[in-house]
Design a protein around this ligand. Structure first.
Ligand code: NAP
Length: 247
């Protein structure tokens, strides 16, 4: 665990992978800032669950793709907990479609939520972590950002961008005691993948050497490792959690 604040900010924590990360970090002793965009009921239910584990929580509604809302999230987190130890940039969306038919809006929205939001939160958290001379930033990318995927040009571009952002930030912030890493999930059972057509899901399953879909807990385990003491000498890596999908 990095020194300083015990506060971990998780964006898009109301559901899916973000929810799993929030629970796992709480189990590791972190107080959790739960960010969500629209659904307050699952976020409140998660906060109750984490508080029952003896950790503190702060719920912050914010669209992190908006620079000012991301600033409000980070400022509120730092004010409530006296700093930020861990920032997990998890919020993400898909707007799949073939390039020949992809609208400008679907391209822009995916880039804004998946890539710009990570920049926004890093931009606002960095001065706080620099002052602490400690911090862990963990960005959730995707194997699709490494391999590309037909029908997901916008999503793959955003996730490849997250990898470039991660490596640049890692180089820039290393001397300040801040590590920056990425976790690249493969196919994880959440609302996002449930939205795929059945035939597409079956096809993806065939590409996973370990033969099963991943869980939010599988991804959360990697995030906890990168946030914890065993990862203090690791920065700028992309850790695949994909059952071997992108070998
Ligand atoms: P999900 O079940 O659809 O959940 C997405 C979460 O992000 C929700 O909590 C949602 O909040 C939040 N969110 C969306 N836009 C936001 C915004 N502008 N500001 C703040 N929060 C926002 O997705 P998931 O499957 O857990 O995915 C989580 C991350 O893992 C994403 O970055 C995704 O790209 C990545 N990933 C997922 C998979 C997979 O197989 N599932 C694979 C690789 C990578 P609301 O409900 O309030 O809108």
């Amino acid at each position: 665990m990095s020194s300083g604040s015990r506060c971990a900010v998780v964006t898009g924590a109301s559901r899916g992978i973000g929810r799993g990360i929030a629970l796992a970090l709480a189990a590791q002793g972190w107080d959790i800032v739960i960010n969500y965009r629209s659904q307050s009921a699952p976020a409140q239910e998660l906060a109750q669950q984490i508080e029952a584990m003896g950790r503190k929580t702060l719920l912050v509604q914010a669209d992190v793709s908006r620079f000012d809302e991301a600033k409000a999230l980070i400022d509120q987190a730092a004010a409530a907990f006296g700093g930020i130890g861990v920032l997990v940039n998890n919020a993400g969306i898909t707007r799949d479609g073939l390039l020949a038919r992809m609208s400008e809006e679907d391209y822009d929205q995916v880039l804004d939520v998946n890539l710009k939001s990570a920049f926004n939160c890093i931009r606002h958290a960095t001065p706080i972590m620099m002052k602490q001379r400690a911090g862990r930033i963990i960005n959730i990318t995707s194997v699709v950002g490494i391999t590309g995927n037909a029908g997901q040009a916008n999503y793959a571009a955003s996730k490849a961008g997250v990898i470039g952002l991660t490596k640049s930030a890692a180089r820039e912030l290393a001397r300040r005691g801040i590590t920056v890493n990425a976790v690249a999930p493969g196919y994880i059972a959440t609302d996002m993948t449930q939205a795929m057509p059945e035939a597409a899901r079956e096809k993806v399953m065939e590409t996973i050497p370990l033969g099963r879909a991943g869980t939010a807990e599988d991804v959360a385990g990697a995030v906890c490792f990168l946030a914890g003491p065993a990862a203090s000498y690791i920065t700028g890596v992309v850790l695949r959690v994909d059952g071997g999908m992108a070998i």
